[in-house]
Design a protein around this ligand. Structure first.
Ligand SMILES: NC(=O)c1ccc[n+]([C@@H]2O[C@H](COP(=O)([O-])OP(=O)(O)OC[C@H]3O[C@@H](n4cnc5c(N)ncnc54)[C@H](OP(=O)(O)O)[C@@H]3O)[C@@H](O)[C@H]2O)c1
Length: 282
């Protein structure tokens, strides 16, 4: 390994925080430039980065609905910036993709080489990044994932936990099926794939699959929250960006390499056990 630094971009984000912790747990102290120091919307600030041993890109345009009206800005950050980052690494870029690069109409899990047909502007921006990586001569690892949650940051689990204590009843969408993902599990799997020298497209999520309603019902069960939860349809909550009815990512390649992914109910229980009482979105 060279003396070049390991770098995590987006270290303040939900996943970035877990990736930094995972690297530290392996004795690697990464540089964690702030957005003011490395702004993915500014090519010059990427060019100013030193050459890195490895660069973990946990930053992205993550406002899925906002991307509909700001697709070109999202494409700069999720597309062009990603291939530019890849040129700054001697030992490889690790970056994160999304289930939204697929059409969401599937009936069986999307394989890593399934045809891309992005469902919305955010998905198109991420797909643009994937295409640029595929045509670059650099070494890269793109890990597609879905439905992230953590004991910190803004996410479905902490929001549901709060709402289930604030409201008497909640409606949750029951016609979108996917795979929740604990960011700590994702960080572990991703750093492990990188440390084994893997490249190309991979998928990493929790094991099992569910709808948002089933996910919420498990949160209610584990927290003993009093609210009633009712299933509803996507049409009842119109959003600017289309959401996939089915976005289960196939894990067979990753499980062949790393072993079975822990079931989402186990990861969820582990995360909820560690959220301090009274903390909602930390
Ligand atoms: N959340 C999900 O459910 C989900 C699902 C599938 C895939 N993903 C992907 O997983 C990765 C991590 O997502 P996340 O939910 O952890 O994201 P997040 O919590 O929203 O964090 C995003 C990070 O990106 C940084 N960032 C945003 N714009 C930037 C820019 N122009 N220049 C530099 N940094 C910038 C933010 O910095 P500031 O804090 O300074 O704003 C923050 O650190 C992303 O690639 C995302 O697309 C997420």
């Amino acid at each position: 390994m060279s003396d070049a630094p390991h770098v995590v971009i987006g270290a303040t984000g939900m996943l970035g925080r877990a990736v930094v912790a995972e690297l530290r747990g392996r004795g690697i102290e990464p540089l964690t430039p702030t957005r003011a120091e490395v702004d993915l919307a500014q090519p010059d600030s990427i060019d100013a980065l030193p050459m890195c041993e490895a660069l973990f890109n946990c930053a992205a345009w993550t406002d899925v609905d906002g991307a509909e009206a700001h697709e070109s800005e999202a494409t700069v950050i999720n597309g062009k910036a990603v291939s530019r980052l890849a040129m700054k690494c001697s030992g490889g870029l690790v970056t994160f993709g999304t289930d939204y690069v697929f059409d969401g109409r599937g009936e069986s899990p999307y394989k890593t080489d399934a045809k891309r047909d992005p469902i919305n502007a955010y998905g198109r921006a991420k797909a643009a990044g994937e295409q640029l990586l595929e045509s670059s001569s650099t070494s890269w690892l793109n890990i597609r994932t879905s439905w992230l949650y953590a004991p910190w940051a803004n996410n479905f689990v902490l929001t549901m936990r709060r709402l289930m204590h604030e409201r008497e009843s909640l409606k949750v969408v029951d016609d979108q099926r996917g795979r929740p993902t604990s960011v700590e599990h994702l960080a572990r799997a991703s750093v492990e794939l990188w440390s084994r020298g893997e490249t190309g497209h991979w998928h990493a999520t929790d094991g099992g699959e569910c709808t948002w309603y089933e996910f919420a019902s498990e949160i209610k069960k584990l927290t003993g929250a009093p609210a009633t939860i009712e299933p509803c349809t996507t049409d009842e909550f119109p959003r600017p960006a289309r959401r996939p009815a089915y976005s289960v990512l196939d894990l067979s390649q990753t499980e062949a390499e790393l072993g079975p992914m822990p079931h989402w109910k186990d990861n969820l229980a582990d995360v909820l056990r560690r959220v301090p009482e009274g903390i909602t979105n930390a």
